[in-house]
Design a protein around this ligand. Structure first.
Ligand code: UDP
Ligand code: MG
Length: 319
């Protein structure tokens, strides 16, 4: 039997570009799979879109038997949508991509070729981003530097939520990576197996706007750090040691000043010390709270996503 590739596309309020995405992608998929002797399925995960996206997706499914629409009961975020797609995918290889054509479907034949060569993880690395400003580029580079420094895991610089996985990797993700607070592309890059990278050029969005604002990016980065590293938790020990050393120097200094007959200046020393120490203390407390919040979220064990219905050409199956 022919191997099958599952394309997982997360969709949140993409009505403006969705038709263009489908019309651009499905002929490429048809040609690529016909050439490689593979079969395919195109899974759209509608992440609680508030616009007309679901109706458009229904339209694709009604006339195309290759289309599967997983319709969420509510918005759960991009990562939850990718996880749901990976969960329902039946392919031997799975590719996650955005619905805004920032991840060019033109590279799918190369990904299929990598699967054929026996690779389990195909990490797609951006060589250029047309939409990102200098600020986004610098912060993103800094983020990967910090992450690699703080964690034993390895993170590809400029990696994206565009990647290919074999069925084996998907099984691992389905079974063992069910965390509520997570960093999916970090897992994909660190499960091991036979891994390769392909480069792609991220173009500008075809339509609509990015759903990731600065706040969402900060949250994603903080989650990633706390998920892959316990270094911030251990910060307290170092901060404590440093302040001990610092206060020791101050004590010696004060004693020397006393014997020299100078009255030590109290006020400014105290103000500086107190504000410094409280700064350190609250940062550490903030990090501890961050981990506590993660533990809280995991302990509650709520579902990562809730499916309302699954729509194919055969009809709509309510869950
Ligand atoms: N997305 C989603 N749920 C969300 C936000 C975004 O499924 O809550 C989808 C969105 O439709 C797109 C992909 O995730 O296909 C990436 O989002 P976006 O293009 O806004 O992010 P950017 O490419 O700017 O990082
Ligand atoms: Mg995008």
């Amino acid at each position: 039997m022919a191997k099958k590739i599952s394309i997982v596309v997360s969709v949140y309020n993409e009505e403006e570009g969705l038709k263009q995405f489908y019309e651009h992608t499905h002929p490429i998929l048809q040609q690529a799979t016909a050439k490689a002797g593979w079969d395919y399925e195109l899974i759209f995960v509608n992440d609680g879109s508030l616009d007309n996206s679901l109706d458009l997706l229904r339209g694709f499914a009604a006339k195309d038997p290759k289309v599967v629409v997983v319709n969420f009961a509510a918005n759960r975020g991009h990562e939850a949508a990718m996880i749901a797609g990976i969960d329902v995918a039946t392919g031997d290889g799975i590719v996650c991509m955005d619905a805004d054509l920032q991840h060019p479907p033109e590279v799918i034949p190369d990904i299929i070729a990598k699967f054929d060569e026996g690779y389990d993880v195909v990490s797609m690395v951006r060589t250029a981003r047309e939409d990102a400003g200098l600020f986004k580029k610098i912060t993103s580079a800094a983020f990967y530097k910090v992450m690699n420094h703080m964690s034993k895991a390895n993170f590809e610089n400029n990696s994206s939520d565009f990647f290919g996985l074999s069925r084996r990797v998907a099984l691992v993700l389905r079974k063992d990576y069910r965390e509520r607070v997570r960093f999916l592309r970090g897992y994909v890059q660190n499960v091991g197996f036979k891994k390769t990278t392909l480069e792609f050029k991220a173009s500008a969005r075809v339509a609509g706007q990015s759903n990731y604002n600065l706040k969402a990016l900060v949250k994603l980065s903080l989650n990633a750090i706390c998920n892959f590293s316990d270094a911030p938790l251990k910060m307290g020990i170092y901060a404590g040691l440093m302040s001990l050393a610092f206060s020791f120097i101050l004590i010696v200094y004060s004693i020397v000043q006393f014997f020299l007959g100078n009255a030590p200046s109290g006020y400014s020393t105290i103000v500086v010390l107190i504000s410094f120490m409280f700064g350190v203390l609250f940062i550490i407390l903030g990090f501890i709270s961050e981990y506590l919040a993660i533990i809280f979220a995991e302990v509650k064990n709520r579902p990562i996503y809730i499916i309302d219905s699954i729509i194919t050409k055969d009809g709509e199956e309510r869950q």
